[in-house]
Design a protein around this ligand. Structure first.
Ligand code: ZN
Length: 253
């Protein structure tokens, strides 16, 4: 990954996606410009003024040279939302949000955004068609294998071969911090090989790697940030008790 700065905003891009100039993407840190109090945040919440979110959106889109982004109310589901480029949906208030999707798919011309704090954000990019998918996957998403379901959807509905997909996995809760003391009831047995029994920590980065290759992606087409959001304070962390959300944006221009 490479870090960039734009007018006080910090964001990371993935090396694996760098050759594709029409694809613009970035995982934004919480750092914002002074006029936003130094903080970006991307989720409408009662304790955060809407104007803070709207200005964060505007500045992040500007930093990447992308148009207005499309996002939804994420609910740890495995539901897939397809944004047609001609559909005008582009929420700018909590009331506008469509509800209950955690994978977003679009074609060139539209910007997708997912909100994160410890969960994984995964960008799937198909260079031949320039179709993108942005997936929000916390442990509930991993349990449902939303990544595998999204790759299968792309194959069935859009004729996209999984072996042609590139995947970039955002900073998220690492094996250093992903403690699940109730794992015997919360986690399926297929995840138990990824448990460190000494401290009840799971390695969701490896689970994601396995799910992506299981869906047909090639290992050399996968880049994992391997930055833990709880350890690295430049990102928001739910487990650190924060209500802010950082964002992963992507679009093909
Ligand atoms: Zn950590």
């Amino acid at each position: 990954m490479e870090k960039h700065l734009y007018k006080g905003l910090g964001y990371y891009t993935f090396d694996i996606l760098a050759p594709y100039k029409s694809l613009r993407h970035g995982v934004f840190t919480r750092s914002g410009p002074p006029e936003l109090g130094g903080e970006l945040t991307f989720s409408f919440r009662p304790d955060i003024p809407n104007s803070q979110v709207l200005n964060s959106l505007k500045m992040a889109e500007e930093a990447l040279g992308l148009g207005r982004s499309v996002f939804v109310m994420q609910t740890h589901s495995a539901n897939i939302y397809v944004q047609e480029p001609t559909d005008p949906y582009s929420p700018r208030s909590p009331e506008d949000l469509i509800y209950g999707y955690d994978a977003l798919v679009t074609k060139p011309g539209r910007t997708l955004l997912i909100k994160l704090a410890d969960c994984q954000g995964i960008l799937l990019f198909h260079p031949p068609s320039e179709v993108i998918a942005l997936v929000h996957s916390g442990w509930r998403g991993s349990k449902q294998n939303i990544l595998g379901q999204t790759a299968a959807f792309l194959k069935e509905k859009m004729d996209i071969k999984p072996e042609e997909l590139l995947a970039a996995v955002s900073p998220s809760l690492g094996p250093c911090c992903a403690e699940f003391i109730n794992y015997k009831t919360e986690m399926p047995e297929e995840f138990w090989p990824y448990l460190n029994p000494a401290n009840n920590h799971f390695d969701f980065w490896s689970i994601t790697q396995k799910q992506l290759t299981g869906a047909g992606l090639r290992p050399h087409n996968i880049e994992l940030a391997k930055i833990c959001t709880k350890c690295q304070p430049e990102f928001y962390s739910y487990r650190r008790g924060e209500s802010g959300r950082f964002a992963f944006l992507a679009g093909v221009v």
